[in-house]
Write a protein that binds this ligand. Structure first.
Ligand code: IVH
Length: 699
């Protein structure tokens, strides 16, 4: 237990606003009542501040581990000075609010097996038997949502909020969640016996694969990495314009219900297993990795098994939820102030290790933004050796008062990216000095600038070689011009030679560009460059992706390529014109600002002078279904037949009504007809609606 307690007080010591908290206030040590009250109030304020950062802004300052320690300390103090507790609140004020029919509760937490044992003891005593039947499910780490269906139709999607009312995110959820049916399926017998109204409770999250994909894109562009899949899911679902998060994929999982008004339809299930079966039959996604366990020993074994399996799933998880399987048992237990008495969340602390911070290095991105990286004394963590950790931005260093030489706690946040989650200030050298932030660019020594309201520092030197290298790397990446032979070492060499200051210079056919290369390497590179010139002409979306316009990925680039005839026209575009091309509000604004910058204008001019981007080809030819002949069979929940055919055509497909030798793909909806059978016989690829939505990258 010692490391936890130690870390707890380190966290408090690091938090401004909790001066009253000190090791002397540890449970078991007597202190006077007013001091306890002062600490309790300070701690509540501090926790409320972290709730605000976590729930509303999706940008926590402290790790879950640190937060849980604060909550644990609060519980200890509350036990000494009982007072009403508080719940979080994720309403943002930016969306309309909607009331929940039944309150959306939180869950009590258990941090140890002893606490789980106590949970079982309470339940066994209340039910009067030991052989209690439990359901153990992974605890998905995303944003809690309530989906209201009336007579089988989706009415709204609302966040937990303060438990009584939350943000109404229906419009965003409809476009961002491929797994969210607009209509519930009929039962297997074909009968539409939906309840008059039901609130399905679940979690929206981002898969680890998707999170890794998005971060890999950012890494390739030397942009600061997203902190965690949870934050990214929260930020994405709460976007002000879905077009701004085009191409990000969110998932949904359902595991509970609030209101269930039967009307003329079916009544609520009697067990969670039958509820899961109902969800699946109705087309709603259910939790995987579920275990049914009996009694205290069975439950503890299931939790241990879930813990061992937790790294294997493709979803962010921070523990398991243990619930009573039988609804009648749940009713006997009832609901307490923190949540139902029939369920508990067993949190698994992320794997942590302590090591020394050897230094902080700075990476320069293609727009000049500087990202700090912690250089660590290599340490074993989660089966890998960790030598670097992400620090996100300069403010994080200042807020934690992180110093070179410090002993730090490193954890694998979101199970992927190692991050610093705490500083052990007791082990700080007396002579240690606050971190001295650089005031010049590590690559070009130009002065740095800080943009208003942004946490990032930028190198504003348009001629910075590190920025040039990053811009070229982005241009050369597979989704842009795909110059496979142009790796980081070669790019650095070309930039260091002085003749290459941006992508356009590669196309000037200037011997100086290749002067430092051997003749074979120069020839190969010239061939690749020539091929990429043809690619830029044949597919404007590639060229526009390669430009690295802020917030513009492949999908937005495709829209721009379709809407603009060439670079000269794009250069003139204002925000309204960019929005008309299909960009989201924030993206359009960012791109308009970007286009107004002198160095960007110069880069466009250089590309045009090098014969790139005067005009390009587009549309169907570049669509995801280009060259495909597609047949749609059965009903889709999301679109009418006309809508889906229009979308397929826009993505380059030829849409046909019957499966023939020319058919390359069949989309099979609900109650798919003989076309599916035909396709199977002919060995034609068959996809379902969810996969179609994914391929269309629908927003
Ligand atoms: S059951 C009455 N099952 O965790 C609450 N919750 O900390 C019943 N969560 O608000 C919740 N995975 O958003 C349940 N398999 C799971 C879950 C899960 C994630 C979330 C849920 C809840 C929060 C409680």
């Amino acid at each position: 237990m010692m490391p936890l307690r130690l870390a707890w007080w380190l966290v408090l010591a690091a938090s401004p606003g909790v001066a009253a908290a000190s090791p002397a206030a540890s449970p078991g040590i007597v202190q006077d009542e007013s001091a306890t009250r002062a600490e309790l109030l300070a701690l509540r304020r501090e926790i409320a501040r972290h709730d605000e950062l976590y729930f509303r802004r999706g940008a926590p300052e402290i790790s879950d581990f640190e937060y849980d320690e604060l909550k644990r300390r609060l519980r200890a103090l509350e036990a000494a000075a009982p007072d009403a507790g508080g719940v979080g609140d994720d309403r943002t004020g930016a969306f309309p609010v909607a009331r929940h029919g039944a309150p959306m509760l939180s869950l009590d937490k258990a941090h140890t097996d002893e606490e789980l044992g106590a949970f079982h003891a309470r339940i066994a005593s209340r039910l009067g038997r030991e052989d209690v039947v439990y359901r153990v499910e992974p605890k998905y780490d995303g944003i809690a949502v309530s989906l209201t269906y009336e007579h089988g139709r989706l009415l709204r999607v609302v966040t937990r909020g303060d438990g009584s009312e939350g943000d109404d995110l229906t419009a965003n959820a409809r476009v961002l969640l491929p797994a969210l049916p607009a209509r519930l399926s009929a039962s297997a017998e074909g009968a539409a016996t939906w309840p008059a109204r039901v609130e399905v409770r679940g979690e929206v999250f981002m898969s680890l694969t998707e999170f890794a994909r998005l971060n890999a894109e950012r890494e390739a562009a030397s942009e600061a990495l997203h902190a965690s899949p949870r934050n990214l899911a929260v930020g994405t679902l709460r976007t002000h314009d879905p077009a701004d998060v085009a191409g990000r994929r969110l998932e949904l999982v359902c595991f509970g219900w609030g209101v269930w008004e039967r009307g003329a339809g079916e009544g609520p299930p009697e067990t969670l297993a039958s509820f899961a079966a109902w969800l699946a039959e109705r087309g709603l996604p259910v939790a995987g990795g579920v275990q049914i366990a009996e009694g205290r020993a069975g439950m503890l074994a299931a939790v241990a098994a879930a813990r061992a399996a937790s790294a294997a799933g493709d979803f962010p998880t921070d523990g398991v939820v243990v619930k009573l399987e039988r609804v009648a048992d749940q009713h006997v237990l009832g609901v307490g102030p923190a949540g139902p008495r029939w369920a508990v969340a067993r949190k698994f602390e992320p794997e942590r290790a302590s090591t020394r911070l050897l230094g902080i290095t700075w990476q320069v991105g293609r727009t000049g933004v500087l990202t700090p990286v912690a250089e660590l004394d290599p340490v074993a963590l989660g089966g890998a050796t960790v030598a670097r950790a992400t620090l996100h931005n300069a403010d994080e260093i200042a807020r934690r008062d992180l110093r070179v030489g410090d002993t730090v706690w490193v954890a694998r946040a979101g199970e992927i990216i190692p991050a610093i989650v705490g500083v052990d200030k007791t082990r700080r050298a007396v002579a240690s000095q606050p971190y001295d932030f650089p005031d010049t660019c590590p690559a070009c020594a130009a002065a740095l600038a800080r943009e208003d309201g942004r946490a990032a520092w930028r190198c504003v030197n348009a001629a910075c070689p590190a920025q040039a290298a990053r811009r070229i790397a982005h241009w050369a990446s597979p989704s842009a011009l795909d110059l496979r032979g142009l790796g980081p070492a070669l790019i650095d060499k070309l930039v260091a030679g002085g003749a290459v200051r941006g992508p356009a210079d590669l196309y000037r056919d200037d011997a100086a560009v290749f002067a430092d290369l051997g003749s074979g390497a120069a020839r190969r590179l010239r061939e690749e460059i020539a091929a990429s010139r043809a690619r830029a002409k044949a597919d404007g979306a590639r060229l526009l992706t390669g430009l690295g316009l802020p917030g513009v990925g492949r999908e937005s680039a495709r829209k721009l390529a379709e809407s603009f005839g060439g670079l000269a026209e794009l250069a003139q575009a204002d925000e309204a014109r960019l929005r008309a091309a299909g960009l989201g509000r924030a993206t359009a604004q960012g791109v308009a600002e970007h286009l107004a910058r002198a160095e960007v204008r110069a880069e466009f001019a250089a590309l045009l002078a090098a014969g790139l981007g005067e005009t390009w080809e587009t549309s169907g030819a570049a669509g995801v279904f280009a060259g495909q002949t597609v047949v749609v069979t059965g009903r889709l929940a999301r679109w009418t037949r006309a809508e889906v055919e229009a979308r397929l055509a826009a993505a380059g497909a030829r849409v046909a009504s019957d499966v023939t030798a020319a058919t390359t793909l069949v989309v099979a909806g609900e109650a798919a007809g003989s076309a599916r059978e035909q396709a199977r016989k002919r060995g034609v690829e068959i996809i379902d609606e969810a996969e179609l939505v994914r391929r269309l990258e629908v927003r």
